[in-house]
Design a protein. Structure first.
Length: 455
């Protein structure tokens, strides 16, 4: 039993300390902490006859947490894991589902001698556990994102068999008068722990493996103080554009005033000034200045900023929806600029860039689809790393997509890259639905690519 308690608390500590901001990870760790208290109550029960009042109190407290708190944590975890509840609904449901815990504690639990009411306990604990497990399995089954689906399946492989065994041995069998089978729990927990360690290192468990994958990037970013480097990257892009426009003005006859080129220079300079004033000197402090804006305006503004370089590209817009979102317009605009500029450089003849806005159940997405040369499969996993670049030219720092990655992470969103050699590249920006204020379906764009050619 000591092994069971130690392993459960170790797993929970790894989850909680590695990714405390993630609600799914937190509730997953609460299950382990609660189960560990159940194991502690068994250990303390051996010392009750000769123990002090403190031992009795600790046994009473750990038994309450182990039996009641764990079941409550399991159901809340299932609801959070499956994204069943909307953000506004969560506080109400958490309070409502806590009522059985209060009833058990007040009416069916004596102090200081703890006696488990297995029959009464099974009336609500068993439904709590099996509802949570059903939500988890259905969530993994219905998930459309391949990476997320894989992680959910691995989480189910660890959690579902362990909890089924635990609820049968600790609650159901004991309610029918079959005692002692729960003593096999340490072996099941040990097997689950080994599976947990394997998945968390190789694939991921409740998002923690994502943190491990990010750790290499994050440590590199901190080491090189890339806030300054990213600013340098943006300066390079904007100065190149200003240089191009200035040379055009230089070649323009004096009697012909080129107002359009002057306006573009001023717009580019203002954009650069705003960006540079907002990127902090330290990597881990990217300040978001959030406001409300429409996704279509973000795309159109980014395209305008790429004039005149984008004049050779046929841009095809497919806006299945338009969404008003809450986020940092400047940083997201710079993200779109970096992606479109990379696409322009990757394409050769007949340059075509498709931009698609659409929604799924949990997110709003922007796809940037180019018909460039594509990226080799072995380089895809490194494409977001600092200083990694597929470009060979001097002056490229390999920081553009790293900046995009940081911006999306700050927005609690995601960036994914799909590519095949000779077939182009698709980069998807995803924002969570809790940043979406309203969504307007644009029926005229559905099943119809509406193209605009800039040139």
């Amino acid at each position: 039993m000591l092994i069971l308690t130690a392993l459960l608390w170790l797993m929970s500590s790894i989850l909680f300390l590695t990714n405390p901001e993630n609600e799914k990870t937190r509730w997953g760790s609460y299950i382990g902490f609660g189960g560990g208290f159940g194991g502690l109550s068994v250990l303390l029960s051996y010392a009750l006859d000769h123990g002090s009042k403190w031992i009795q109190f600790l046994h009473y407290l750990s038994s309450s947490i182990g039996h009641y708190g764990t079941a409550y944590a399991i159901l809340i975890f299932g609801l959070v894991f499956s994204d069943t509840l909307k953000p506004r609904q969560k506080p109400h449901w958490k309070l409502l589902l806590f009522i059985p815990v209060i009833i058990m504690q007040v009416f069916f639990t004596d102090y200081p001698i703890w006696e488990t009411q297995h029959v009464i306990l099974s009336l609500w604990v068993v439904p709590y556990v099996f509802i949570a497990l059903a939500l988890m399995v259905y969530s993994a089954y219905s998930e459309t994102n391949k990476t997320t689906k894989k992680q959910k399946i691995f989480t189910c492989l660890v959690v579902v068999p362990t909890l089924i065994f635990a609820v049968f041995t600790n609650i159901i069998l004991e309610a029918f008068g079959i005692f002692g089978v729960w003593m096999l729990n340490p072996w099941v927990i040990t097997a689950a722990f080994l599976l947990f360690i394997y998945f968390i290192i190789k694939y991921g468990f409740l998002g923690v493996q994502i943190k491990f994958e990010k750790q290499r990037r994050d440590l590199t970013m901190k080491a090189v103080t890339s806030g300054t480097a990213l600013l340098n990257h943006s300066i390079k892009n904007e100065v190149a554009k200003i240089d191009l426009l200035a040379n055009q003005l230089k070649d323009t006859p004096k009697e012909e005033k080129n107002d359009e080129a002057i306006d573009l220079i001023l717009k580019s300079a203002n954009h650069l000034f705003e960006l540079s004033s907002r990127i902090q000197k330290k990597l881990d402090i990217m300040e978001l200045k959030e406001s409300e804006f429409r996704m279509s305006n973000l795309i159109n503004s980014s395209i305008d900023l790429l004039q005149p370089q984008i004049s050779e590209v046929d841009i095809i817009k497919k806006f299945e929806v338009d969404a008003e979102v809450y986020g940092d317009f400047v940083h997201l605009q710079e993200t779109a600029l970096n992606i479109m500029k990379n696409a322009m450089e990757a394409m050769e003849d007949n340059k075509t860039l498709k931009i698609r806005i659409y929604e799924t159940r949990k997110n709003i997405h922007i796809d940037f689809i180019d018909n460039g040369k594509g990226i080799e499969k072995d380089k895809l996993s490194k494409i977001l790393d600092p200083f990694f670049s597929t470009k060979k030219k001097v002056g490229n720092f390999g920081l553009g997509l790293t900046y995009c990655y940081n911006v999306m992470t700050k927005h609690k969103g995601d960036i994914t890259v799909k590519s095949q050699l000779g077939q182009g590249t698709t980069i998807t920006l995803s924002l969570p639905k809790n940043r979406v204020l309203n969504i307007t379906p644009l029926q005229e764009f559905k099943n119809n690519l509406s193209g605009e050619c800039y040139g």
